[in-house]
Design a protein around this ligand. Structure first.
Ligand code: FES
Length: 132
């Protein structure tokens, strides 16, 4: 299972567009809508893994286009920090990744989910997921 924390203004709309255009992408992704990726807390990420996520995507607006100025830059810093925490607890840092897209990029959303799905399949199920 992949959890995707999506900004309301861009990635969430891009996912919606991908659905409207019937663009195919792997089905095992659960979307959590955030007002902005700047709202992402590292604890949210850790909770996702603790509750069985095999991978976490964070998808925000294009750099420079965040509706809250620095939100997606803050999110990227938190994603990088989360990678170091994952490594410390024995999980692969590649299990979390940040993507940037606009609301018009339905194809990019589908490609991002496909990339993340391939990465997670390559890594195998999260050992934390088996405990959850
Ligand atoms: Fe989209 Fe901030 S409003 S990432």
């Amino acid at each position: 299972m992949i959890i995707a924390f999506c900004c309301h203004y861009c990635a969430y709309a891009a996912a919606d567009l991908a659905g409207s255009l019937r663009i195919q992408y792997p089905p095992g992704v659960s979307v959590v809508k955030l007002p902005c990726t700047g709202k992402l807390d590292v604890q949210l990420v850790l909770d996702a893994f603790e509750h069985g996520a095999d991978g976490v995507m964070v998808a925000g607006c294009m750099e420079g286009d965040c509706h809250y100025q620095q939100g997606n830059f803050n999110a990227r810093r938190r994603v990088n920090y989360a990678k170091t925490l994952l490594q410390r607890i024995g999980l692969e840092p590649d299990r979390i990744r940040m993507f940037n897209m606009s609301s018009a990029m339905g194809k990019k959303w589908a490609d991002a989910v496909t990339e993340m799905d391939e990465t997670v399949r390559g890594l195998g199920p999260s050992p934390l997921g088996r405990r959850a």
